[in-house]
Design a protein. Structure first.
Lengths: 171, 144
């Protein structure tokens, strides 16, 4: 415990937003789908703003099942990577406002998607929960909804291979 | 060009997301569909390696699976994914197109079961595989 005054809130926010921005900006496919993340402290909500190119069934119309799968998987991967990055940042080992080394992302081993309702042509939201995060493997559950948080339109569970910790030799 | 491939091309043209990912039918019929997707730097998931994001591969496999259901001999009127479990075996080689081969191997009155594999240009080593259950709507007036 230090006796110094806490950092100004803007400095903390800037650092955390820079870390999240750095994590996301590196992944072209996230930008291609238009996925954004809303951050409240360490909690992330993935947002998929509706776009015509996300449609899979033009007759209904409905979101493409593959888009829904991709959205859930992105939410899970970013949640895992963000968890590790957050720890590094809060411990002062990474300064995202300076030159940040590229974040190594977890690799998906498997991912299962339950399609509960038709994905409507409007914005979708997703939140991921890490159920188990070990040194090598992690298990993550993701819930996605549109208008009502309690009415999920899809949920997913995936297993992931975690990247080696910073400083460890590459595979 | 056979009629079924022409119809299949129109089918994909009508799906905005399939068109956006540049998907094209290689073959279709009898509950089997083969669809490929060219490499595109916009679909990269890991900038350090240039490897395509798993989500784009999932979208390709989901589309192929849905097409396999639609061309099943029982002639479904429509279908939607109930669940899809995707296993990722290895990273797709950057620069190579990805091909999904889906087979609708069993149907009940209201459910279709599909398995699908995805390969890059080295077809001896699959990139990913998936199995899924799909809803199946029979045309009105069809025998049960």
């Amino acid at each position: 415990m230090t006796s110094s005054r806490p950092e100004p809130v803007q400095v903390i926010k800037q650092r955390r937003d820079a870390a999240l921005g750095g994590l996301l900006s590196g992944v072209p496919y996230i930008a291609y789908l238009g996925i954004q993340f809303d951050r409240r402290g360490d909690e992330l909500t993935a947002i998929l703003p509706f776009d015509e190119k996300l449609i899979g069934n033009p007759a209904l119309p409905a979101l493409h099942g593959g888009v829904t799968a991709a959205f859930l998987e992105v939410a899970a991967i970013i949640e895992l990577a963000w968890g590790s990055l957050w720890e590094e940042m809060e411990a002062g080992r990474v300064d995202p406002t300076a030159e940040m080394p590229p974040v190594r992302l977890p690799k998906t081993i498997d991912f299962t998607v339950d399609y509960l309702r038709t994905g409507l042509p409007r914005d979708a939201y997703a939140r991921a929960r890490i159920n188990r995060s070990g040194r090598r493997y992690a298990s993550v559950h993701v819930e996605a909804w549109q208008d009502n948080r309690a009415r999920l339109f899809a949920q997913g569970t995936g297993h992931f291979l975690m990247p080696p910790p910073p400083g460890a030799p590459t595979e | 060009m056979t009629d079924i491939i022409r119809i299949a091309r129109q089918f994909i043209e009508a799906i905005p997301h399939a068109r956006a990912l540049g998907m094209a039918f290689d073959s279709l019929g009898d509950g089997k569909a083969v669809i490929s997707m060219p490499y595109d730097p916009r679909f990269v998931g890991d900038p350090a390696t240039g490897v395509i994001h798993g989500g784009a591969v999932s979208a390709l496999m989901d589309t192929a699976s849905g097409a396999a259901v639609m061309c099943h001999p029982t002639g479904p009127a429509s279908t939607a994914t109930l669940d899809l479990r995707i296993d990722y075996f290895r990273a797709a080689t950057p620069g190579q197109k990805i091909t999904a081969r889906a087979e609708c191997y069993h149907v009940t009155r209201s459910v279709a079961f599909v398995r699908v594999t995805a390969t890059d240009e080295d077809e001896s080593r699959p990139v990913a595989a998936a199995t899924g259950a799909f809803t199946l709507d029979r045309p009105k007036g069809a025998a049960p």
